[in-house]
Design a protein around this ligand. Structure first.
Ligand code: Z5A
Length: 205
């Protein structure tokens, strides 16, 4: 199974991904855990460029193409080989982040973003968990944890557009999305919803 976690910063993706990895260990399911940007050696370099506050990127188009380049390498080096071996792939952010941040946040033309996503030849995930949260709460958590990166430093309106774009794409791709309302929910309660959904999907397979 190919499972992705999506949501605004601080929404709990990493926390839930780690819980899921423990659960997969208990189930004796072999998996790889990965993320975008930065799932490969090339991706590490791109991640630094994309997230650093001192990055010299000025064009939003450059940013878009760097995320796309990161994904092409990630698919070729990590995701496709793992799925071919029969491993589950658990990925923190993927194509829906490009839609939410570059189309929603940066306000690129929607069709251009869909075309770029198509050109990366991305495999569609089986399940995508959208940890839906108010940007105020997500940013509060992000600020409490560490220095803010280039995206976290954006205005609140940017993060509101990101959230709206996520909800829009989740409605469009409802066959694979599970929207999890995460404001005020405990880590355990969210994880229970995730496992329930995965078990439902396994029974259907
Ligand atoms: N980006 C893009 O623009 N286009 C693309 O195509 C792609 C990405 C792929 C990558 O950042 C950036 O790249 C991202 C979008 C852009 N923008 N930003 N920023 P990232 O993925 O590396 O970083 P992030 O999204 O900001 O992740 P994060 O800050 O690590 O957040 P998280 O993983 O969702 O949350 P967390 O680390 O699990 O939890 C945050 C804190 O909340 C932490 O202290 C937890 O202990 C706490 N937490 C978690 N769950 C709970 C609950 N349920 N209750 C209370 N507290 C909780």
């Amino acid at each position: 199974m190919f499972i992705t976690f999506e949501g605004i910063e601080g929404s709990g993706k990493s926390t839930q991904r780690k819980r899921l990895l423990q659960w997969l260990d208990q189930q004796n399911i072999s998996y790889i855990s990965t993320r975008e940007p930065g799932g490969t050696g090339v991706g590490h370099v791109l991640r630094d460029l994309l997230l650093s506050n001192t990055s010299s990127i000025v064009s939003n188009r450059t940013e878009l193409f760097l995320f796309a380049a990161d994904r092409c390498e990630h698919l070729a080096q990590v995701i496709r080989p793992a799925l071919a071996r029969g491993d589950w792939v658990i990925c923190d952010r993927y194509v829906d982040s490009t839609y939410a941040y570059q189309c929603g946040g940066r306000e690129h033309n929607e069709q251009d973003i869909l075309d770029i996503i198509r050109l990366t030849n991305a495999i569609e995930p089986d399940l995508t968990f959208l940890l839906d949260m108010s940007p105020e709460e997500g940013l509060r958590r992000a600020k409490a944890r560490a220095d803010l990166d280039r995206f976290e430093n954006e205005q609140l309106s940017f993060h509101q557009r990101v959230r709206e774009a996520y909800l829009k794409t989740a409605t469009k791709h409802h066959h694979r999305f599970s929207i999890i309302p995460s404001d005020g929910q405990s880590v355990d309660a969210i994880f229970d919803m995730i496992v329930t959904k995965i078990n439902e999907r396994r029974q259907m397979a």
